[in-house]
Design a protein around this ligand. Structure first.
Ligand code: ZN
Length: 395
């Protein structure tokens, strides 16, 4: 480059568009740098191979090196210098490389100043991250490629690995899977499936000094005698890290059993109270019952919902019958379950949300329900935001 020593130095910050986290370079070039030279400098700074078409867009006009059969430019790239544009600090222009899958670079003039003694240029004085593989298909494909190593994808992969050992008869797909599966199986407590049994009398003595733990739910309501329900029986023999305390499987079974016992009693007691008319206190006539399904964090609950005939004290145009329990639980999903589904679904794919919830809680989730609930929560939030307010700027 033939550059007079006194030519001003431009500090350029060049960042790759539509790629996150940022890939950028900081270059020092002189004001005498031509379009052709700047093109060559950017190619080197980003590690591109200069094997595709390119163009600069500066002040709305296109510049670059023309190639036979490619684009043509009005100006000679060896004669147009940066100084010709009379850039001001903070001004921006763009550089596009490979028109098929464009790598668009935004160039900002960070500083314009006199060269320091002995200043060499062009030189790259800052930057972050290697440029993407040139032929990976553009910014979107590059981001998708990196998504493979995203933490959520790692969770997905781990969950997939955890599921695999259950299918014991299936041969391993690849020899390289064996050590990974071995490690995953070692992570599982040896008794995770058999050490808990719901309901009484299910414990089986394996031998040795057996410790038996019985979990009961005691329901007390008013002056009624307490109702004691045994929900789970656990067993322990030798103490190891794996037998210390509850396992995930045991905790899920206990949670589900406690939930079922508690909810059955709550529903029965609510329905019993609804047998008398809330207006006149007369006993209402029963007209069958139907089952309602309520999704909770600790399982899908099937509740018997009795239907009562209209009381004689009610006006003739009121509904002929009603199901108080069904009316009391119109959403059929507990708020906590809705909240957790929506929160996780906002952070990761629906499929992973279903896997994570099912892995940790005694529930059966499916993608469609999680999607529907997330949508409903989003719609509610939107509704709560109200109408868009116009913004007035005074001055
Ligand atoms: Zn009545």
């Amino acid at each position: 480059m033939s550059t007079p020593n006194s030519a001003p130095i431009y500090q350029l910050r060049i960042r790759l568009d539509r790629v996150s986290p940022l890939i950028w370079r900081r270059l020092l070039v002189t004001s005498e740098t031509t379009i052709a030279e700047l093109h060559a400098t950017i190619q080197i700074a980003f590690g591109w191979s200069d094997s595709h078409l390119h163009q600069f867009v500066i002040h709305g006009k296109h510049y670059g090196i023309a190639y036979l059969g490619g684009v043509t430019f009005a100006d000679n790239p060896d004669q147009v210098r940066l100084a010709d544009f009379r850039f001001r600090m903070g001004e921006r222009f763009s550089y596009e490389y490979n028109f098929h899958v464009p790598w668009r670079h935004e160039i900002r003039i960070e500083q314009i100043g006199a060269p320091a003694p002995g200043q060499r240029s062009p030189v790259c004085v800052g930057g972050a991250r290697a440029a993407p593989p040139e032929e990976c298909g553009g910014p979107y494909d590059f981001l998708a490629l990196r998504q493979q190593y995203h933490p959520l994808s790692v969770i997905e992969r781990l969950l997939a690995l955890r599921r695999r050992p259950r299918r014991a008869s299936r041969p391993l797909r690849r020899a390289t899977d064996a050590p990974v599966l071995g490690r995953c199986q070692r992570l599982r407590p040896p008794h995770h499936q058999s050490a808990v049994a719901a309901g009484p009398g299910a414990a089986v003595r394996i031998g040795g000094a057996l410790m038996k733990i019985t979990v009961q739910v005691v329901l007390e309501s008013g002056d009624e005698p307490a109702i004691v329900t045994e929900v789970a029986t656990l067993e322990r023999e030798a103490l190891t890290e794996a037998t210390l305390g509850l396992t995930l499987a045991e905790s899920k079974t206990i949670l589900a059993s406690v939930q079922e016992t508690m909810v059955a009693q709550q529903a029965a007691s609510y329905s019993a109270a609804q047998q008398t008319c809330p207006t006149c206190g007369a006993r209402r006539q029963r007209k069958g019952h139907h089952q309602i399904v309520v999704r909770s964090l600790f399982g899908t609950l099937r509740l018997s919902s009795p239907r009562f005939r209209r009381c004689a004290c009610q006006p003739a145009d009121s509904p002929r019958s009603s199901s108080p329990l069904a009316e009391c639980l119109p959403e059929r999903t507990t708020p906590e379950r809705r909240y957790l589904e929506a929160k996780w679904a906002a952070l990761m794919p629906f499929g992973v949300t279903v896997d994570v919830l099912s892995e940790l809680l005694p529930l059966q989730a499916n993608r469609a329900t999680v999607y529907r609930h997330a949508q409903q929560v989003a719609e509610r939030l939107e509704g709560e935001l109200g109408d868009e307010q116009p913004l007035f700027i005074e001055g």
